[in-house]
Design a protein around this ligand. Structure first.
Ligand SMILES: Cc1cc2nc3c(=O)[nH]c(=O)nc-3n(C[C@H](O)[C@H](O)[C@H](O)COP(=O)(O)O)c2cc1C
Length: 212
């Protein structure tokens, strides 16, 4: 099974994927997470306050969906997908458009103040499209920008937010230079969403509009 997980795209280090989960009763949820892999051990660290964490605590299941579409990372960072974006594997939601997915059983191994660490055991693997891609700096820059944006709410000072703005500008430049249509669409959506959140902070808000 571990070889299959690697074939599905979860390689040594941290793999950025879209986690799909669901509560015992209710609608499926999707959000970006990093799956940590060392040897044949897979883990995920889930920060408190997310829907993903509350769903995992209820069902102890998480599917790691592998996709290279940056729009999924930005859309699921700020909200959920529509029901039509999911398909069901034995009742568990996975992404219809995933290139591959791995359904994991989760076991809580550490409960920290800010986050909980789960050990993951693969239950099922699907490889739908095995495609070969060269590295695209635009795609990498969108992912870095999305990670930065995910920390926006915990940034306490204006100085931190302004530093974030500068980095965001650098990523946006890389996307414009190296990205394809999907990457450009994703960085614009990301900056739009941040703009909405920054409305109360005039300085950051002004700088964000200059990036568009
Ligand atoms: C590329 C990327 C990787 C992320 N990895 C994690 C992670 O490993 N653990 C986590 O708790 N949050 C991670 N986040 C942040 C969550 O995706 C974010 O808090 C999200 O809003 C949670 O959504 P939810 O409430 O629908 O679960 C990541 C964000 C991005 C953009």
């Amino acid at each position: 099974m571990d070889n299959l997980v690697e074939e599905a795209g979860l390689r040594e280090g941290i793999s950025e994927v879209i986690a799909t989960t669901q509560p015992l009763s209710g609608t499926p949820n999707a959000a970006p997470v990093g799956i940590l892999s060392r040897g044949s051990e897979y883990r995920v660290r889930l920060y408190r306050g997310s829907k993903t964490l509350s769903n995992v605590r209820e069902t102890m299941r998480l599917a790691a969906n592998v996709t290279r579409d940056p729009m999924f990372f930005v859309r699921t960072l700020f909200g959920n997908l529509s029901p039509g974006d999911f398909s069901l594997f034995h009742g568990f939601p996975v992404l219809k458009e995933a290139n591959s997915w791995v359904l994991f059983r989760c076991r809580l191994v550490y409960e920290g103040t800010d986050s909980l660490l789960f050990l993951l055991s693969p239950l099922a693997v699907a490889i739908i499209r095995a495609r070969i891609y060269a590295i695209n700096r635009g795609l990498n820059a969108v992912i870095e920008a999305a990670i930065l944006a995910s920390r926006y709410n915990i940034m306490k000072s204006n100085r931190e937010r302004e530093q974030m703005m500068r980095k965001m500008g650098d990523y946006a430049e890389i996307v414009e230079r190296c990205g394809g249509r999907r990457e450009k669409e994703a960085i614009r959506l990301l900056i739009d969403e941040l703009q909405k959140r920054a409305n109360q902070n005039r300085m950051v808000s002004k700088n964000l509009s200059m990036l568009l």
